[in-house]
Design a protein around this ligand. Sequence first.
Ligand SMILES: *Cc1c(COP(=O)(O)O)cnc(C)c1O
Length: 366
Amino acid sequence: MTLAPRPGILEVAPYVGGEAAIPGRNRAIRLASNENPLGASPMAAAAYAGLKDELHRYPDGGAAELREALGRSEGIDPARIVCGAGSDEIIALLVRGYAGSGDEVLHSAHGFLMYSIAARTAGATPVAAPERDLTADVDALLERVTPRTRLLFLANPNNPTGSCLGRAELVRLRAGLRDDVLLVLDAAYAEYVDDRDYEAGADMVEAGDNVIMTRTFSKIHGLAALRLGWAYCPPAVADVLNRVRGPFNVSQAAQTAGIAALGDHGHVERSRRHNGKWRAWLIEALRALGLQPYPSAGNFVLVRFADAPAQSADAALAHLKGAGVLVRGMAAYGLPDCLRITVGTEQELAAVVAALGDFLGAGDGA
Ligand SMILES: *Cc1c(COP(=O)(O)O)cnc(C)c1O
C-alpha cells in the first residue's frame, strides 16, 4: 500500500500565479496579476507598520472591528460578513462547506480558475458552461444545472475576460436556480465598474437565502500581499463559513491595514480614476497596433493576437519578457491566443505598448 491523497487531489492543476520576476533583471514591469499600480493606501501602510510591537498577539478571530468598518462603508450588516485570507480562501471554504464527492460546482467556461481548483480539492466535479462572446451566458449556465449542482460561481466582472453582467441578468440567473443551489457572486473588481446598471450583489444577498457576494482587498485597495477578502452572506451561510474556517484565518496585519484602507476614500477614488483613464488608453493603443482588445470592466485588458505563429500570443509573451515586461499568458484559461495585461502606471503601459509595437514590426518600414 502506498500513501495516497483523496480521489481528485492529483487531478488538480496547481494554480500558477502571474510571474513576478525575470532572472537577470533587477526590476521587471509587473502587469501579470492585476495589482494596483498606485500601491496600497499610505494610511494602510502606516497602520501595518504600527503593528510591529504586537507580533506576539493572536489576531481578533472574529475580525469584529474590520466587519464593523465594512458594514459602515458598504451600508451592510456586519453580522453577515465573514472575512478570509483573501477571497481565494472564501472560495475554498464555500466549496468545502457545501460540496463534496459526487457534487457539481458550476462556473462559466472562462471563469476564474480558483473555482475548478477549489471544487477538485473538495472531491467535487467542476462543470463549465460555454460563454457567448467571452461573456457568461445565463441560459447556458442554467442548462447545465443538474440534481448534483451545489454551487454556481460567477465572477462579475470576470477575470480574465473583463466582461460583466448587468443586474437584470443576475436576477434572471438567481430566479432560474433551485433554492438549494448557492449562487456565489465574486465581485473582486466591483470598485472599478462604472456601469450604472451594475450590482455587486449585496441587495441580492439580502433578498434571499442562497446568494453570497465575495470581495477582496487585493485589487483596488492594493493589499494583495496581506491576503484579505470577505463575504457577505445569508445568516446560515455565514454560520457555515464560521464553522469551516480556521479560528485565526485572517492576520492582524491584514485586519488593521484593511480598516485603514477603507478610510482612505481619496486613494480608492484616485485608483478608480487612474484605471478608467488608462484602461481606455491601453485599449485604444492595442487597437492601433492591429490587435483585438476586449472591453473590460476591471483593471486589466484581455487582448487577442493573430493565428500566425510569428505573431502569436505565446511569441508576444516571450518578446515582452525579453523587454522586461510581465503580462499573463492565458492558456490555462482556454484562451491560448490571448494575453491579459493589467492597467499599470502611465510609464508601464507606455513600455508594454512600445514593446508590442516592436514585436509586431511597427516602425521597421513594413
Ligand atoms: C484577484 C481575484 C480574486 C481574489 O483574490 P484574493 O487575493 O484571494 O482576494 C477573486 N476573484 C477573482 C475573479 C479575482 O480576479
